[in-house]
Design a protein around this ligand. Structure first.
Ligand code: ARG
Length: 476
């Protein structure tokens, strides 16, 4: 078998180098410990490149057959956990190429014709991320379905809606949950949008300037399922904006999850008592026997921090780089990998904790336990229907600002009496304004308040039900 130049990489890069790398430099510059995760994309990219090289008669049909045979062996070895990753071979690309040459000889040495690790790595990361984007899109759908399923069962459940965390107006619990469905639906739109820009092929840019071989880049794009090719070689090898966009998308998803997690934590606290969670999502305390803590929700909230951090890391990584490729870009992988892992795990666990586990037949078990009575008691506590009294007076002919003032007096008295507005006797209510008649009490009930907000996007149960139907159709 012929000499494999990559066998000697630990000694020197090429004949040009006369001094070996120190152990520290080797460790500092290597990425194989983490970028081996890209192996499937790396092999797929190499096979598409080799197929095109053979079609273009840049390598022979025999070379292609040898490369395919060698890659099949490598794939089997990696899957069996028997592939020997070597730190001295620096990264996933050189590890696989070196092993290929060991297995099939000269054909392996021809694979890198018209290619550089610069366009190779950019291709690998895009390919890998595309697969993860598709997995995350499904998880976002699951999360929305989970929320819609709980919403559908709680359209008539009323809790106080808050502004400034002060009781504001009563809302349907389903309406509250559907607010998060809207957020996740926008996240899914963002994801679909960034996928279009992600799904373009860098390969063929070579090191930075293109290549002197007659490559057919469109063919490689077609083989790999890319929607197009990057149109500027310098840009193709150097920009990681697709990773930054993905991290920005992920940051928003995690911020949405974090807000929801925060509410779950609050709602579960004894002071709210609006919901309970299945034991399997809670942990106990090693010292306080009475505790059941919502750790999963707290961690989801906490893990948003690392994703925000990864976004900052990636943006900063890119910021000062001159064209074209710089080794800085090797630092894109760990933040990207951790972002993907965190978003996937978080979406999965939160969807399950909220909507329950989905069985093979589509039925759900577990999920949020809604404490309807506690929610309604809380909604009755904070004068949540004060706006309804003002609206009632406006319908009777008062200007809104005057009505607002009248109700402020009524609330002040009610507070002094320790009663809700709806509990004030009729003659007392009428003393605030003579236009008040016996139908006022209907306007002051929680259900009356909800039903009155019958505008598109409002909390009236008929509106909420219509939104649920829309989401069910949309989510399939
Ligand atoms: N491991 C490298 C990375 O992740 C691959 C590209 C290296 N290219 C180079 N010219 N050193 O970016």
């Amino acid at each position: 078998m012929s000499i494999n130049p990559l066998d000697n990489k630990s000694q020197a890069w090429s004949a040009l180098f006369s001094e070996p790398m120190s152990e520290l430099v080797k460790r500092y510059t290597a990425s194989v410990e983490f970028d081996q995760r890209l192996w499937q994309a790396d092999i797929a990219g190499s096979l598409a490149h080799a197929t095109m090289l053979a079609e273009q008669k840049i390598i022979s049909a025999q070379d292609l057959a040898d490369i395919e045979r060698g890659m099949a062996q490598i794939r089997a070895d990696i899957e069996a956990g028997q592939f020997q990753w070597k730190l001295e071979l620096e990264d996933v690309h050189l590890n696989i190429e070196a092993r290929l040459t060991q297995l099939v000889g000269d054909a392996g040495k021809r694979l890198h014709t018209g290619r550089s690790r610069n366009d190779q790595v950019a291709t690998d990361v895009r390919l890998w991320l595309r697969g993860e984007v598709d997995a995350i899109a499904l998880l976002l759908t699951d999360m929305q379905k989970s929320l819609v399923s709980i919403a559908a069962a709680n359209v008539d459940v009323i809790l106080p809606g808050f502004t400034h965390l002060q009781v504001a107006q009563p809302v349907s619990f389903a309406h509250h949950l559907l607010a998060y469905v809207e957020m996740f639906a926008r996240d899914a739109e963002r994801l679909a949008d960034l996928r279009k820009r992600l799904n373009r092929l860098p390969l063929g840019a070579a090191a930075l300037a293109g290549t002197s071989y007659p490559l057919d880049r469109n063919r490689v794009a077609e083989l790999l399922g890319f929607e197009g090719v990057c149109q500027n070689s310098l840009d193709a090898v150097s920009d990681r904006d697709f990773a930054i966009e993905f991290a920005a998308f992920s940051t928003l998803v995690m911020v949405h999850v974090s807000r929801m997690a925060e509410e779950i934590v609050l709602w579960m606290s004894q002071n709210f008592g609006f919901i309970d969670l299945s034991d399997r999502y809670c942990t106990g305390s090693s010292i306080m026997p009475q505790k059941r803590n919502p750790d999963v929700a707290e961690l989801a909230r906490g893990k948003s921090g690392r994703v925000v951090g990864h976004l900052m890391g990636l943006i900063t990584l890119m910021k000062g780089q001159p064209l074209a490729y710089n080794k800085d870009n090797q630092e894109d992988k760990e933040p990207l990998f951790d972002t993907v892992d965190t978003v996937k795990d978080t979406l999965r666990i939160m969807a399950e904790m909220i909507g329950g586990e989905v069985a093979a037949d589509g039925s759900r078990s577990g999920g949020l336990k809604v404490k309807r009575d506690a929610m309604e008691r809380a909604a009755l506590k904070g004068y949540a229907t004060a706006t309804d009294l003002a609206d009632y007076l406006v319908k009777k002919g008062l200007a809104f600002r005057d009505a607002h003032e009248v109700v402020a007096h009524a609330v002040k008295d009610a507070i002094a009496l320790g009663k809700d507005l709806s509990e004030l006797p009729f003659d007392k209510l009428q003393s605030y304004n003579p236009t008040i008649t016996a139908d006022v009490h209907a306007a002051l009930t929680l259900a009356g308040s909800l039903n009155a907000r019958n505008t598109l996007g409002g909390t009236a149960p008929v509106q909420v039900q219509a939104q649920i139907e829309r989401h069910l159709v949309r989510l399939g």
